[in-house]
Design a protein around this ligand. Sequence first.
Ligand code: 5GP
Ligand code: MG
Length: 176
Amino acid sequence: MNDFLRQVVLSQEQIRQRVSELAREILSLYGDTRLILISILKGSVIFMSDLVRQLPPSTEFYFLQLSSYRDATVPQGKPDFYALPVPDLRGQHVLLVEDILDTGQSLEYAQRHFLEMKPASLRICVLLAKEGYESSPMPKPDFLGFVIPREFVVGYGLDYQERYRGLPEIGIPADL
Ligand code: 5GP
Ligand code: MG
């Protein structure tokens, strides 16, 4: 525990183990086929970095910037969207990598954007989902790390007003 968190929700060790399991699940589905990861900035960067280092060296990664929370702790309407360069995705296997799924609005947005590029497959890998996410009509993850309580969490890439992204564990910030 550190002074910045009121409660640890997932320890560094729990995250490490689960990310390795997810990498194995991904590997057993795709094998050696060319796989393109698209990491949704900025929250999923640390997760994606840990994941990609356990996937075949041919795995490519690119980014999409989406922001729905700005500096708040509840979503602020339609996400801001910045498309960053990606290769031609037609006929390719694409895996969207996201930090956390709440209403699913961000992922639905990203999914629609990339489906227009006619990939051979477009799947979703999410580290965390908030309890009750299944009741939303939005996209469901194909790979999911953990279901967590409906609390605002930080660490392992997730921020509160741009802070705490570098914390190795995930928890509830003390200053909230
Ligand atoms: P959704 O669009 O699924 O409602 O929200 C997903 C996005 O909201 C995530 O990509 C993440 O940026 C942000 N988000 C949702 N819940 C949390 C949370 O508990 N902590 C942080 N830091 N961001 C969250
Ligand atoms: Mg995000």
